[in-house]
Each structure stands twice: as C-alpha cells, then as structure tokens.
Write a protein that binds this ligand. Structure first.
Ligand code: C2O
Ligand code: CU
Length: 476
C-alpha cells in the first residue's frame, strides 16, 4: 500500500500524460499502469483526491409502486426509484460512497463517464474491482467528464432489472444551445417476476432453424409488464411543468434492461442537441429511438399551451407504452392530443460539435466483431463465438486509433456500449450504439488514450449476462 500523496502524484502524472501524444503515452504511461498501479489482487489501484462533491448511495431492498394498486419488490439506491439524481459541473471531482445494504454483492458503474485515468472506479466486478460484499462500502471517485446526460447503475448480474439505477448529470460550463428549463426523464421497463434468463425458442432470421433442438433458443428477458417514466406508470404520469414560450431541455435516458423506446410529443418538434452526452449541431425531428443505455438531449419549444403527451413507445414489443406530460395549461384540463410527424432521427443526422480530427484517417488497428447467438443449443450470446467471461480480451495499444467493425448475425438488435471512451459513429460521438438485427453492421472508431481494462458489451442486460461482452485491455 502506498500513501495517499504518493498515489495522488501518480494520478496527476497519469492525467497529464493522457493529454500528450500517443507515442509518449505508449512509452511512459504504459509501464506505469502495467506495474505500480496494479494492486496486489490484480485489480487497478483506487486513488483518491480532493473531491468537489460527495454523494452517498445506499443500495437497499425496497418496495416500488408500479401503479396505483400494485407494488413490486425491487432494489434501489437510498430507497428511491429512480435513484437520486447526481449532479456535478464539468471537470469537478466527484466522490460517491456506495454502501451495500443488499443481501447480495454489488458494484456501481458510471455510464458515460470517461473515469479518465481511474479504471479502478469503473465498477465492473471481476475486471476493475472485487464486488462490494453485503454490509461493506466502496468509495468511488472520478472527474465529471465529459459533460452531458449520463447515468449510474449496478453492474452485477441482473441487478439493473431490479431497478438499481439513477441519473448522473454533468452540466457543461458553456452550453452550445439556449434553454429556459430542463427535466430528466428516465425511461424503464419493469417485470413483476424475478429477473431471470428465459429462452426464446425461435431462430427467425436464417440461423438454420436449430433453435428447437435440445430445448435451446436465444436467451432473452421475460416479457416486460410495463413502461415507467421517472418511476411513474402512464396512469399517474410525471408532469414536466413549463410556461408558454419556454424552451425545455429534456434529458432522455433509456435505463431499461431489455426495451428499445421511441419517443415523441404530440404537436411538438424535438430539437436534438446531445447524443450520449457530447453536443451535436441541433437537428429537428419528430421522434427518436433510444436503445438500452443510450441518451439524447432534446430542446422542445412550448408554443401551443396544453397538456401534451410525451409518448414512450416500446419498439418491436407489445409492452404497454409509457407516458409523461408536458404541461402548460393552467386550467388543468384533459390531456391534449395531436399528431406526431414522420421525421425519425437517423444516426446520419448527427454532427458532433467537438472536432472529429482525432478520428480522421486510417485506423492503426481494425477489429471485426461478429455478434451472434451461441452455436447449436443457443444458450448464450457471443462476440466472435466466445461468451464472456470465458472470452479473450481485446488487446490494443495505448495511443492507437482503433476501429471496431460490428456485424450482427442475429435477428435481435444489440445496443453495444464501450466503457471509458466515447467513440465516433457516423459524425457523432457516442458511447452506446444499436447494431440493427438481420446482418446489420455498425463501425465505430475510438482513440486508446485511457489505459485500463474496459468492458465492451451489449446493454441488453440479458444478452450481457449470457455472454455478449468482452474486455478491451491496454497496455499489456
Ligand atoms: Cu451502462 Cu457496462 O454499462
Ligand atoms: Cu444484445
């Protein structure tokens, strides 16, 4: 064990190094992380600084109301669902003390945070830390970067589907768009049954009809019972109260375990301003889709008073839709209804405000990744035929421009998420992107400038839990 100031010094070194060229990174930081930052148990060493903000989250068993008459047993942070909104300003140091009051081990992952130089704070059990045992606590600390709409959730097993999740908002120092008010909307599916993997005995989509053999099939989530927005069912929707003329920034987070959503508001346009945190040139659409783990910020102009439905519709599923209300009708009448236009956001509509120069040119390394269901029995989801944790690490080198070419051999869509990095996809920077089913393909590029072991996985919780994940590791 080194003392705190020693560890602090090394942390500063690491962070300064990350700003320099790839060559220097590979030479200097590489040996550092490979050696002294590794603690004796093989996990990266947590290092603590001087936080600007400190939060406390207690993971605990709770009762969650899913309608006026129905509750179900869930697990929450601080007894709240969604968990408390954590906020910081870009660049601040954030400390979160996580106490485990559950009957099971747990960890917390800060989805969207680069945790730059702080691999030990990434919250992946078995990769970046040992899980937090019941009755124990773990202190997380990271820099609030990049700015944007992010979230936090348990990264153990199927705990996300017990509702261990909450929003994490990093305010930008200088927003590139103007707005008057803002609201965070956490979109989630819920199941009244205990979370458990089920096997869909179907191999639609040219997998050779082997699904019937041996009782196998694609591992899937049990069907969801409903859609909640900020924990509220459509019968008691959450209200976003605004004044006529306001511009409202809505921060949309798909925190569902296994549901893609389409979002639209009757008679209102959505001006998309941010994708998974980073700013994009504003683009007006009528609807957008969010895969599990994805976030979009949109600005809506309140120009026609009423109580307008913000509709949250599951895509490719019969789960009932969720609802929130954009409310600027003082008389408190009925829900207004109108129509939603046909313009749906496409990835190609997004243009990053930050320069994409680092991602220009030929990549130093290109890796082909085939997403599919397991062979024969189909009891797992795989990347290049391997199921995590019995899977090779993806090895790259510090400073490289890396390209992942993903190809989906299964009929299901897979929202793929990379920890510790944003990647370029099209002309946007994101950390989660949905690879469409039936031979869909998506290419992403990222720069290896945050050494460590980072999980790359499908954010469909039940796909991740049955193997669709890899660690990305550098340096050696
Ligand atoms: Cu949102 Cu690996 O997680
Ligand atoms: Cu998947």
């Amino acid at each position: 064990m080194t003392n705190l100031s020693d560890r602090l010094t090394r942390r500063r070194v690491l962070k300064t190094g990350a700003l320099t060229s790839g060559a220097l990174l590979a030479g200097c930081i590489g040996t550092d992380l490979g050696g002294s930052l590794q603690s004796s148990d093989g996990f990266p060493e947590p290092e603590y600084g001087d936080p600007d903000r400190t939060y406390r989250l207690t993971a605990t068993e709770s009762t969650i109301a899913v309608s006026e008459t129905e509750t179900h047993d869930g697990w929450t942070y601080n007894g709240q669902y969604p968990g408390p909104e954590l906020r910081a300003t870009e660049g601040e140091r954030v400390r979160v003390v996580v106490e485990n009051d559950l009957p099971a081990e747990t960890t917390v992952h800060w989805h969207g945070m680069a945790v730059d130089g702080d691999n030990a704070m990434d919250g992946v059990p078995g990769l970046t830390q040992p899980p937090i045992e019941p009755g124990e606590e773990f202190v997380y600390e990271f820099d609030a970067e990049p700015a944007g709409t992010h979230w936090y959730h348990s990264h153990v097993g199927l705990q996300l589907d017990r509702e261990l999740l909450g929003p994490l908002i990093v305010e930008e120092r200088e927003p590139h768009v103007e707005y008057d008010t803002e609201a965070t909307l956490v979109l989630d599916d819920y199941r009244s049954a205990e979370p458990r993997v089920e096997y869909a005995n179907s191999r639609r989509g040219g997998m050779g009809g082997m699904g019937g053999m041996g009782g196998g099939g694609f591992p899937e989530a049990p069907p969801a019972d409903g859609t909640l927005v900020n924990g509220q069912p459509p019968t008691e929707p959450t209200h976003v109260d605004v004044a006529e003329g306001d511009r409202i920034r809505l921060r949309l987070i798909n925190a569902a375990a296994a549901t893609t959503y389409e979002v639209g508001i009757d008679d209102h346009e959505l001006v998309v301003t941010h994708s998974d945190g980073p700013a994009v040139d504003p683009v007006a659409v009528d609807t957008l889709e969010l895969g599990m783990g994805e976030r979009y910020d949109v600005v809506v102009e309140a120009t026609s008073p009423g109580r307008w439905p913000i509709r949250v519709s599951p895509v490719g599923s019969t789960t009932p839709a969720g609802l929130a209300v954009l409310d600027y009708d003082a008389s408190g009448g009925e829900l207004s209804t109108g129509s939603i236009g046909p313009r749906q956001l496409r990835l190609s509509d997004l243009d990053s405000v930050a320069s994409l120069d680092p991602y220009q040119g030929r990549p130093d390394r290109t890796i082909d990744l085939t997403l599919s269901g397991g062979p024969m029995g189909g009891d797992e989801w795989t990347i290049n035929g391997q199921a995590y944790p019995d899977a090779d690490s993806i090895r790259i080198e510090s400073g490289e421009h890396v390209r992942f070419r993903m190809r989906n051999q299964s009929p299901m869509r897979h929202p793929m998420h990379l920890h510790g990095h944003h990647f370029r996809v099209g002309n946007a920077l994101k950390d989660t992107v949905t690879v469409p089913g039936h031979m869909g393909s998506v290419t992403v590029d990222f720069i290896a400038e945050n050494p460590g072991q980072w999980l790359f996985h499908c954010h469909h919780l039940y796909h991740m839990d049955t193997g669709m994940a890899r660690s990305v590791r550098y340096p050696e």
